[in-house]
Design a protein around this ligand. Sequence first.
Ligand SMILES: NC(=O)c1ccc[n+]([C@@H]2O[C@H](COP(=O)([O-])OP(=O)(O)OC[C@H]3O[C@@H](n4cnc5c(N)ncnc54)[C@H](OP(=O)(O)O)[C@@H]3O)[C@@H](O)[C@H]2O)c1
Length: 224
Amino acid sequence: MKTALVTGSTRGIGLVVARDLARDHHVVVHGRSEEAVRAIAASLPSATAWVADLGAASFEAPALDSLDVVVHAAGVIGGAEVERTTLDDWRRVFEVNVFAVAELTRQLLPALRAAEGTVVTINSGSGLTAGPGGSTYAASKFALRALTDSLREEERPNGVRVSSVHPGRVDTDMQHELVEREGGEYDAALYLEPQSVADAVRLVVDLPHGATVESLSLRPTRRR
Ligand SMILES: NC(=O)c1ccc[n+]([C@@H]2O[C@H](COP(=O)([O-])OP(=O)(O)OC[C@H]3O[C@@H](n4cnc5c(N)ncnc54)[C@H](OP(=O)(O)O)[C@@H]3O)[C@@H](O)[C@H]2O)c1
C-alpha cells in the first residue's frame, strides 16, 4: 500500500485531504495535539501518528524508508498591515508556512526519492497576488511558491514530482478567524469546501507519474 504524510491533518483542509487519501494510502496523520492525532489515526483504515510542532526550533520527521506523497497543509494566517506587524509576527508565519515545509521536505527526500513520490504544497491565492493587510501571509506563500518551484526543478532527475495547489478562500477555522478579524458576516456559500481542495490534491496525486501538475489554482465559483 502507498504511504502519504499530511501535515496539519487534525483540522481543516489537511483533515479532509487525509481522509480522502486514506481510501488507498496508509496515512501518517500529523498535528500538535497527541490526543487529536491519535483519534484521527484510529478513525482511518490504515494510519499512524506523528506529533510535532512545526513552529518549533527543530523537529524530527517520522522514520520512513519510502514515501509516496507528502501534503504540506499545516499553515497559519498572518497579521495586519505592515505598520502593525512586528518582527515576531513575521517570524511566526514564516516558521510554519515556509521554513517547516523546507525542513520537513529535506528530511523526507530520501524516502520520497525511493518511492518517486509527489510533494504537494497547499499554497493560496495569496501566493499569486497580494493586497493590503495581508503582507506576512502573502509573503510567506510567495516564498513557498519559490521554494516549490526550485524544488520541482531540483527533483526532476530523481523522479519526484512537486506541485503547488493554490485555493481561494476555503470554509475552515482559518476563514472564521479571518472574518472575525475583518468584521462582517460569514457566508460559507462564498467559500470553497475543503473537499474541493482534497479533490484537487487527488487529481495531482493520481495523474500518471509521467506528468506533473506544476501549479493548480482553484477559486469559489460564487466568490465575492
Ligand atoms: N482556509 C483558507 O481559506 C485557505 C485558503 C488557501 C490556502 N489555505 C492554506 O491551507 C492550509 C490549511 O489551512 P486550513 O484552512 O485548513 O487552516 P486551519 O483550519 O486553521 O488548520 C490549520 C492546520 O495547521 C496546523 N498548524 C498550525 N500551526 C502549526 C504548527 N506550529 N505546527 C503544526 N501544525 C500546525 C493546525 O494544527 P492545530 O490543530 O494543532 O492547530 C491545523 O491542523 C494552510 O497552509 C493555509 O494557508 C487555506
